[in-house]
Design a protein around this ligand. Sequence first.
Ligand code: URA
Length: 170
Amino acid sequence: CGSRTRTVFGEGSSRPRLVVVGEAPGAEEDRTGRPFVGRAGELLTRMLQAIGLGREDVFICNVLKCRPPGNRSPRPDEVAGCRPFLQEQLEVLDPPLLLAVGSHAVRLLLHTERGITSLRGRFQTSPDGWRVMPTYHPAYLLRNPAAKREAWEDLQKVATELELAIPPRR
Ligand code: URA
């Protein structure tokens, strides 16, 4: 946390239908103190809207609560240091479903080293008892738009699970 501007704790509903767990704050999140407000965040917001969820319906947070210097990947000691905060958040929020976006969230929540490609798109039960849908991180989707089709399939499964009516596309 030595180089952060703000702690990015997370935000959203206190009784969420879904908790989104990302990787770590980026530059814009560090500046504003809010999760997923940069380019990846805009895409995440649109992905949620596509299945009829507003940001206020869910809770959005990250594995790390502070931006790693220079946006590098979270280190194992940093993940271990922040882990109790995420655990406590999940216990308090007690959501029916988690959307783990990207490999860091998937690894931490599912206690696995398996890659996102083999895990995404299927509901998993974490060792802590959470129901988890692993999917691609929106930053990855920005770099690899061809993967959006698979992410959309994953989101449709979330919509079915939560009995959400998918709004017509505009
Ligand atoms: N913004 C976040 O808050 N988390 C990420 O994982 C990426 C961007």
